[in-house]
Design a protein around this ligand. Structure first.
Ligand code: OAD
Length: 249
């Protein structure tokens, strides 16, 4: 189903031109059709765990084995999933535009595997690990890096932790994101529930600076009424169609 809310200025075919400055925010919904579960499923649990258990510094301190095993499972899962038509459509859009930034809350690597280049992982990356002591960050995805045993830093021997932004930690590259939001002409949020800040506030920053705002989601998100336009449906079905329309019209 496709419908529009707040249609004061409904998208016309030339809404996005080659010169438009476009910022896209993606969330778990864009990877759903690649087989990665979203966070806020009806049971309120993330792969059978409470978020506080596996996605907070306190959870890591209380039970590092559990948290490590949890992320090792998520890291191994990356080997079995592929980008979908939604990821691929965003790569095509990027190729068409001169000024494009993709900000993702997702920690999977499906955007980069689809070919996206100007990409910020604001909540970190599963493929990377970080030393708790010297903060060295490395991509470690060989077989020997995906086992259940803890790994240690090759530089200082400190214990490695997931390179993930947990609740109560600072998202990455915020100044760069905020600058792009304040300068963009069009902001599009895709597959995100609008529950988690600061990402949920990007819509308001872009809007307050005059951007046209579009939401694409399976269900109306928390902040749906603030979008100029909302399109309801699956990202992998809607995006190929929309991107073709934006590029060719
Ligand atoms: P959520 O799980 O909160 O929301 C995913 C949204 O995607 C929901 O609103 C679904 O309706 C929608 N959705 C599901 N399938 C879809 C599809 N095929 N196409 C389009 N939309 C679909 O995930 P996020 O908003 O990404 O943070 O969650 C934000 C952050 O909360 C995550 O980055 C994570 C989590 O705690 C950290 O790990 C730090």
């Amino acid at each position: 189903m496709v419908f529009h809310l707040n249609t004061k200025n409904q998208t016309d075919d030339s809404m996005i031109t080659k010169q438009s400055r476009v910022v896209i925010l993606t969330g778990a919904g864009i990877s759903a059709e690649s087989g990665i579960r979203t966070f806020r499923d009806s049971d309120g649990l993330w792969e059978n765990h409470r978020i506080e258990e596996v996605a907070t510094p306190e959870g890591w301190r209380a039970n590092p084995e559990l948290v490590w095993n949890f992320y090792q499972q998520r890291r191994r899962q990356l080997l079995n999933v592929e980008p979908n038509q939604g990821h691929l459509a965003l790569e095509e859009l990027e190729n068409h535009l001169e000024n494009f930034l993709l900000v993702t809350q997702n920690v999977d690597d499906l955007h980069e595997r689809a070919g996206s280049k100007n990409l910020i992982h604001m909540h970190g990356e599963l493929a990377k690990l970080r030393c708790e002591d010297c903060q060295l960050v490395e991509t470690l995805m060989e077989d020997q890096h995906l086992l259940d045993a803890f790994l240690y830093c090759r530089q200082c021997d400190g214990r490695l932790r997931p390179h993930i932004v947990w609740f109560n930690e600072m998202p990455m590259q915020m100044p760069e994101i905020e600058k792009a939001l304040s300068e963009c002409d069009v902001f599009v949020a895709i597959g995100t529930s609008g529950h988690v800040y600061p990402a949920a506030n990007f819509l308001h920053i872009a809007r307050n600076h005059g951007a046209y705002t579009i939401g694409i989601n399976l269900e109306p998100p928390e902040n749906v009424h603030f979008f100029d336009e909302f399109i309801q449906g699956k990202a992998a079905e809607i995006l190929p169609y929309l991107v073709q329309k934006w590029i060719h019209d």
